[in-house]
Design a binder for this molecule. Structure first.
Ligand code: MV4
Length: 449
């Protein structure tokens, strides 16, 4: 096994990876920005190297500084976590050329799935259901109008290099399409350095359901069930759960088998996620593949009993998966509430600051993944997520009641957080009944204004 790993990340995920390494007998190196010197991942790693100033571009995104830290500490591998460099094919390639194992997919996996049109084309050829749309990127307004005419409105414009909802535009007629096309191109260029746009039929109020994939370097690919991720606000997820209340055994098997087929078609290795949109008629479509471990991976760990981070490290070392598809049994139900240091009463404006009083939730059926502690200063430079509360119960009802109790216990004074928002959702009738889609949060916030 690797004897030493560098974690190219911060916050709760850096700590999560350090903990997995400790249990595996692997030494850890933390990297940190000047703003994170007192963070938990620095304290709990065996070694720590400062890699630059507070801003991400000068630290957690700064490839030369991270590679220098890796060379200096003589690590054998780098775990990128999520965000930052996790889906940067160039970074994965540089690691390889320095004989440092990148704990994640291959640069070619990342490149393929990062190009949304190429990814879609690969999946379509492999027989996955994909959303009807343009066969390639659409270069002109006139071409866009033609494609829209052939499918019918509404349509959605997406950036080919995009993903995660940034720069998408829904158009309901020729007029709005004409008005949006150039803006979408300009936004794609500004956000992703690539103006390419493609068009799809717009699926109204779908559910967002994603399948966890694990693949080794020997061609073994399995799925670990799904996560329901429809509770999100402006493409920022708030609550996730596994299994999804929308799937039955039959649909789960159908979607899971298709997800595995897609990962195989992309010659995928390590942990990944196949995202589907599920519509009102229970028709589902491949949307994109995320080539990283995701924030919400704990709910999958709770219902499968599998440590996904350890599995990622084992697979990166060259080991075979420790389980086959038939060994994976989904047991019980798990919910994750993300706690953001944001004021949900004030348009979710970020609320950094020092934590004077902290009480973490605990006991039966509760897991808290966080890097915060009493006296910790939440800095304003990065994502505002400060904790993930994960509940586990024998069924959805129990997981919900444990979550309400866990949220109630969670105290971070005087920081404003999204705890009360989460509690309101957990007490909402539609949520309790499992009847919701991606429009849930927007409707919920409008109804409770
Ligand atoms: C869509 C869609 C409806 N129709 N594509 C949002 C994130 C990005 N990955 C793609 N997204 C969507 N693509 C078609 N053809 C609706 C969304 C969407 C969405 C998807 C998942 C979770 C939440 C969402 C909220 C709004 C829109």
């Amino acid at each position: 096994m690797f004897s030493k790993i560098l974690i190219a990340n911060r916050g709760e995920i850096a700590l999560r990876i350090i903990r997995a390494c400790k249990e595996m007998g692997i030494k850890t190196v933390a990297v940190f920005s000047e703003a994170d010197a007192t963070s938990s991942h620095v304290r709990f790693a065996d070694e720590a190297v400062c890699i630059g100033k507070a801003s991400s571009s000068q630290s957690y995104l700064h490839i030369p500084n991270i590679i220098s830290a890796a060379e200096l500490t003589d690590v054998e591998a780098i775990h990128p976590g999520y965000g930052f460099l996790a889906e940067n094919a160039h970074f994965a390639e540089i690691c390889e050329s320095c004989q440092i194992k990148f704990i994640g997919p291959t640069p070619e996996n990342i490149r393929l799935m990062g190009d949304k049109m190429r990814a879609k084309d690969t999946m379509k050829k492999a027989g996955l259901p994909v959303i009807p749309g343009s066969k390639a990127v659409v270069k002109t307004k006139e071409e866009a109008l033609k494609v829209a005419k052939s499918m019918g409105y509404p349509v959605i414009l997406k950036a080919s290099a995009g993903g995660g909802g940034k720069g998408m535009r829904v158009c309901h007629n020729d007029i709005t399409l004409q008005g949006s096309f150039m803006t979408a191109q300009r936004e794609a260029e500004a956000n992703f350095g690539n103006p390419d746009i493609y068009i799809e039929k717009y699926i109204e109020n779908p559910r967002h359901i994603e399948f966890q994939i694990m693949a080794d370097q020997h061609g073994n690919v399995v799925h670990l069930g799904e996560r329901e991720c429809s509770i999100q606000r402006r493409h920022q997820k708030m609550i996730e759960e596994s299994p999804s209340p929308a799937l039955d055994e039959k649909l789960r098997k159908k979607m899971g088998d298709i997800a595995v087929k897609g990962a195989k078609a992309g010659k995928y290795v390590n942990a990944g996620t196949i995202e589907f949109l599920l519509d009102k008629n229970n028709d589902f479509y491949f949307m994109e593949m995320n080539t990283r471990i995701q924030v919400e991976h704990p709910v999958t760990e709770m219902v499968t009993g599998i440590d996904l981070i350890k599995e990622q490290i084992n697979v990166a070392f060259g080991k075979k998966l420790s389980f086959k598809q038939e060994d994976i049994k989904i047991k019980g139900h798990s919910i994750e509430c993300r706690i953001y240091a944001e004021d949900s009463e004030n348009d979710f404006r970020p609320c950094p600051g020092k934590i004077d009083v902290l009480h973490l939730s605990g006991s039966r059926g509760v897991r808290v993944d966080t890097h915060i502690y009493q006296g910790f200063n939440i800095v304003p430079y990065y994502d505002s997520m400060i904790a993930k509360i994960i509940s586990y119960g024998k069924d959805r009802k129990e997981a919900m009641s444990i979550m309400r109790r866990a949220l109630d216990e969670f105290v971070v004074e005087p920081i404003k957080t999204t705890k009360s928002f989460n509690l309101h959702v957990l007490n909402n009738d539609k949520f309790i009944k499992g009847r919701f889609a991606t429009d849930f949060v927007e409707n919920f916030l409008n109804e409770n204004k």
